[in-house]
Design a protein around this ligand. Structure first.
Ligand code: SF4
Ligand code: SF4
Length: 376
């Protein structure tokens, strides 16, 4: 019999290393502790690691947890890619049986679900009031203790060392396998060096890449094959080994530096057209409800209660996740492309901004303007 702590550790490690693969758990209702009819209702996606993290974070707190089907993908990627949307949340709330267990109709969703779940639509269609809680599961107990008020740190995506190491592991593991399998068959002696190389590149990319000025990144990408060739030469590799090391490391660096727009805080969509999109505010339409301020993971907005509006104070920090555009009830927020053309909020709501969803986006550039197809 394997102790629970050991099996949990193995599951955590596997699901972190192979995070790009869906790890679904059964959707439905979970009782956390001894919840009653007035206990809070949390909603999350059915990525097994997320559900277990929520359950771990909530030890000692009574609540209901509704697990909505998100194709076994983590919340942010699923919401950005159309796998955790308004429909899935409504279905989960209606079919999980939670309505029969509680006397209120307030659901708390992870903040990062705001790119895909339209809160006002859930209220309109399912009569459940939706609040977007903290970004991280570990902050939920503190959020509940603060009467469901989010402090500044709960709203921000923190891309600190633990998150960077986790992302490095999630990229390095499949890439190391891709490198190791042919190597084991053709040149077993190279395998350890290749695996170490992939790990070093992943660590370098996720710890320093976004801190390097854009124009210097080409040097970083060039450094990967050079390092690989030097390491192979030092290990006594021949011409074939040198060429393989250079090609494999260049391919690994290219894949690792490929940005998945809106699904990673490392930077926003630099490889897609959206990289030239800018978040814009139609000041006249803004009614100061501050939904944008509540869901922005980069704290781009400041409230202006004196005039009942928001202002975009830090547009340079915008990672183009689309959450504010999706949630704004008056369509006061929109993206503008490099040519000054407006991308309608409805386009973002329908097609999202992520590779996991449909990448063929029909972009309507404002009233009466021709539409074009933007593929990524
Ligand atoms: S931009 Fe939209 S969501 Fe933000 S405060 Fe104004 S009306 Fe509210
Ligand atoms: S301002 Fe940018 S980062 Fe903030 S919610 Fe809007 S799209 Fe996302």
């Amino acid at each position: 019999m394997i102790p629970r702590a050991v099996s949990d550790f193995v599951r955590d490690a596997l699901q972190t290393g192979f995070r790009l693969v869906p790890w679904p758990t059964e959707p439905g209702l979970r009782a956390l502790g001894n919840p009653g009819p007035l206990s809070p209702v949390l909603v999350t996606g059915n990525f097994d690691l997320t559900v277990r993290r929520v359950m771990r974070a909530m030890r000692g707190v009574d609540a209901w947890l509704v697990v909505a089907p998100s194709s076994g993908i983590n919340v942010w990627c699923a919401a950005s890619g159309g796998h955790l949307s308004t429909h899935q949340v409504i279905t989960a709330l209606k079919t999980s049986g939670v309505s029969q267990r509680v006397r209120h109709r307030r659901a708390i969703l992870p903040q990062l679900a705001a790119t895909g779940v339209i809160a006002r639509e859930v209220e309109r269609r399912a009569h459940w009031q939706v609040k977007f809680g903290p970004v991280y599961a570990r902050d939920i107990p503190r959020y509940l203790a603060q009467h469901e008020k989010k402090s500044e740190d709960m709203r921000r995506v923190r891309f600190g060392l633990p998150e960077r190491l986790e992302m490095a592991a999630s990229w390095a593991t499949p890439m190391a396998l891709v490198a190791a399998i042919p190597s084991l068959l053709l040149r077993p002696a190279w395998t350890p060096a290749l695996v170490v190389l992939v790990g070093v590149i992943a660590l370098a990319v996720f710890t320093i890449y976004d801190r390097v000025a854009a124009r210097r990144r080409r040097y970083l990408i060039a450094a990967a094959p050079l390092t690989a060739v030097a390491a192979t030469a030092l290990a006594g590799g021949g011409t074939a080994a040198l060429i393989t090391a250079a090609l494999a490391s260049a391919a690994a660096a290219a894949v690792l530096t490929y940005d998945y727009s809106g699904s990673t805080p490392i930077e926003g969509g630099s490889h897609f057209r959206e990289a030239r999109w800018h978040i814009k505010l139609d000041f006249d339409r803004c009614k100061g409800v501050y939904f944008c301020w509540q869901v922005c993971p980069e704290a781009c907005f400041d409230q202006r209660p004196d005039i009942g509006k928001v202002e975009i104070s830090r547009s340079d920090s915008c990672i183009r996740c689309g959450a504010c555009v999706v949630q704004c009830p008056t369509d006061a927020l929109y993206f503008e492309d490099g040519g000054g053309r407006r991308i309608e909020p409805e386009t973002i709501r329908r097609f999202k901004l992520n590779l996991l969803g449909r990448r063929s986006v029909r972009v309507g550039y404002g009233q009466g303007a021709p539409a074009s197809t933007d593929s990524g």
